[in-house]
Design a protein around this ligand. Sequence first.
Ligand code: PLP
Length: 373
Amino acid sequence: MVDLQGQYEKIKPEIDTAIQEVVDQTAFINGPAVQRFQKHLEQYLGVKHVIPCANGTDALQCSMMALDLQPGDEVITTSFTFIATVEVIALLRLTPVLVDVLPDTFNIDPEAIRKAITPRTKAIVPVHLFGQCADMEAILKIAADHNLFVIEDACQSIGAVWHACDGTSHHSGTIGHLGCTSFFPSKNLGCYGDGGAIYTQDDTLAAKLRVIVNHGMTVRYYHDMVGVNSRLDAIQAAVLDVKLGRLDAYIEARQKAANYYNKAFGSHPLLVTPQTAPFTSHVFHQYTLQIKGGHRDALHQHLNGLGIPNAIYYPVPLHMQKAYIDPRYREGDFPVTEQLCREVISLPMHTELDEEQLAYLTRTITDFLNTCK
Ligand SMILES: *Cc1c(COP(=O)(O)O)cnc(C)c1O
């Protein structure tokens, strides 16, 4: 699905030097490499504070801790996302309230959010799924009307830009109260292990988050709140700093591949290509097709048989996951999500795809679907 080897080979001297520098300095925890990357990411995003942490899941969990969300508080999120979003809600004994997504963008449906609000609702967690922003204009309005926090799950959308009605543009993750990202190797800005970050414009929340990610420690060995141990490794920060300088070029390469796919698949009667909402750019963390006519699983098997990478993100809606079975929900409650789980397939999407590979992939898929009746 991704070609991390090919990408590394093109930047090998720079990456190797950056890693060696950390080793030479033996500054493995925090230290200059982490600070440098933090500063560069703040500049890139145009956000006041970046708080590095160990992974995207921790970023979400620490965000909810920083907002003092209490057991029983309701947090509204989407039924069509990676499990981490809802996992941290459950771990903190908050109550996840799931809502359906929009059929064109696969992002959370603002009208459904509005309907799900109760007096216990404290926060909304929109996920900018597959690399385009959710409808933040509508979400911010709902949050303002009901005095709710907005925590953006921007783990798949680093670099995506949202255009507000007032003419301003903002990076995904810098729009709500807090934004979370992941530097998992296959993410759009991926390191060589685990990594994550929280973004905020709020000085108080930033200060609190820096304490939470460091064992709740304000002064060395004085702990004012319950925290966690969640740090970004210096070696990962050094890798990320090199790759951040290329993030825009990486995004362009993904968009170019997406355009190729769109052209090849756009008019096929059994295929629905990804739709981008007018208020956002799309950084194509995933290129996800919908296969009509009930042929998704057959295509999946066909591609697997040929050794062509492909993946189903996601095969099971959150409310049907065994660990999250809840009497409040049953099959049929989230029809769009459920349909997507039956129809979606994601294709190889990375910075190193060339025309030859794209031609082979698209030809293989359309040839197969042309034999389906
Ligand atoms: C990857 C991802 C996460 C979690 O990030 P990790 O770094 O793997 O913990 C959370 N939410 C979404 C939507 C993701 O894609």
